[in-house]
Design a binder for this molecule. Sequence first.
Ligand code: AMP
Length: 218
Amino acid sequence: MYLVMMGVQGAGKGTQAAILKERLGIPHITSGGLFRAMKDQDTPLARQVRDIMARGELVPDDITIEIVKERLQQPDARRGFILDGFPRTCPQAEALDAIMAEMGEALTAVLFLNLSDQEAVDRISGRLQCELNEKHIYHVKYNPPRTPGVCDVDGGRLFQREDDRPEAVRKRIAEFHEKTRPLLDYYDKQGLLVEIDADRPIEQVTEAILAALEQKRA
Ligand code: AMP
C-alpha cells in the first residue's frame, strides 16, 4: 500500500502513521524527519534547511523532492510506505507521481485528516517529542506519557519542538492553507482522496482510516 497522509500540523498525521506502520507493516517516511536528520551536518545546505524550518517556512521544492526521492528509492519502500509531510505543494505532488511511475506503482490512497485551525493550535502547543526518537510523540492532555516529561517507550526526555512555538505554528498553518490545501483537489480528481474527521480520539481516527482502506481494497 502506498499511502499519503495530509492535514494541517497537529491533525495527527505522525501519530496515525506510527500506528498504521505497525498494523500494515510498511515504513513511515516523514519529510520533516529527513530534514531534521540533517541537523548535525555542518554543510551550507543543512544550515539553510535548519533556518527555514525554525521559521516555520517550507524548504524549496527542488531540495525537498531530491531528498524524499532518495528515501523512496530505498529497498524497504518498494513494498509500500506511509508518506507523511510530503507532498506539500503542487510541484511536489507531480514529482511524486513521476517517482511512482518510475517504480511502476501508483498511490493507493491519500488520507486527509481534517481538523480546524483552532484545534490544531491547541494540539500543537501541547505536543511533546522524545529526544531519542522523534516518532515517539505525546500530548500533555490528549496523550500524556505515564511519567511526566519521560518517554514511555525508551525513557527519553520529552521536549517541545522549536517550530511548535506559537509564531512558527501560525506560519505553518498559513502555509498549509496556501500551498497544501490545493492538493486536496488534485487528489480528489484522481479518486484517491479519503477525508477523515480528525477531531476524535486517536483510536477512533485509526478505526476510521482502516475502515476506509478496507473499502478501497474491496
Ligand atoms: P513537519 O515535521 O512535517 O511539520 O516538517 C517540519 C518542517 O520541515 C516544515 O515546517 C518545513 O520547514 C520542512 N518540511 C517538511 N516537509 C516539507 C515539504 N514537503 N516541503 C517543504 N518543506 C518541508
